[in-house]
Design a protein around this ligand. Sequence first.
Ligand SMILES: [Zn+2]
Ligand SMILES: [Zn+2]
Length: 373
Amino acid sequence: MITRKVRKWEKLPGKNTFCCDGRVMMARQKGVFYLTLFLIIGTCSLFFAFECPYLAVHLSPAIPVFAILLFFFVMAMLLRTSFSDPGVLPRALPEEATFIEMEIEAANGNVPAGQRPPPRIRNVQINNQIVKLKYCYTCKIFRPPRASHCSICDNCVDRFDHHCPWVGNCVGKRNYRYFYLFTLSLSLLTIYIFTFNIVHVVMREFHCLTVLEVLVCFFTLWSVVGLTGFHTYLISLNQTTNEDIKGSWSGKNRVQNPYSHKNIIKNCCEVLCGPIYPSVLDRRGLMQEDSPVSATSAAPSSSSISNPVPQTMKTTAALIPNEHTPEDAKPSVAASAEKSPSPKDGDPPAPKVPPLASPETDVETSIVKDKTH
Ligand SMILES: [Zn+2]
Ligand SMILES: [Zn+2]
């Protein structure tokens, strides 16, 4: 009897679509992504068809060559952002979820009937800052720091930045730099086409298609250049859009960004040139017979316990008891921070390890640093 091989992407629980046997991964809603493609390809085609021949002869043949190179770079960055795993975290297996539920109930004790149970939050210490880990009721995991659940894709995404309908995907840990390079190169391409359209009008004649291009470029300029500027600001602070909107590291929470190096160059280097993490979703792996539907994790150890956070919580000292809010815990932390200098400036706060271990290592890194100072 021949049974069809089932790959893991076919059983993934989030709201994603997959192509090319799981190699390409996107959000389900792709209408705006097709609009992005149409606008970029349409505007560039008009430019290549109507302005480039004249400009190449009368100004320089380098003008269309540079435009073509820039166009291909923009498209490569767009498709790399859109078609990749943004850093989706696997959901807990049923038995893991039961185990975590038991742990939470044991920690909370008996809640009298009619009373609301305490919020499912765990506090960890990272680089002398208390960071809350929130429980995701959909994925049944305590999210690693910086992760958030995307309601559109229905997945927890590591270092979640935002869900971008223009690229048809979440922007997170694994595709953020490509998203930034896409906005940056698209800004350059828009300015380039806009400028040479104006030059063309001045040198030659008024053409209604040129006006269309100028209009598209003009409106794209404001939005894309503004967006690039905003992300340049975020990168210089090593902050995500999600953290910026929520004010995670702003003064009101009394928690400073534990991931910032307090140095613009170092922050930019880490975000743009740091290691690329492998996908934790083993999308093209084969399903094992009798394995549960939500089996999504790639790590071999995950067959027993795939969610690293609760494990870490149990075994490391960095876990702050749940009853202590960050406000409660802050003075002692601040005092210890005053006594000891901040962690070695040269050390990146983010670990250079595979993503499955990242929350664990974040915590452990902080412990090691606490002990050494
Ligand atoms: Zn989730
Ligand atoms: Zn999303």
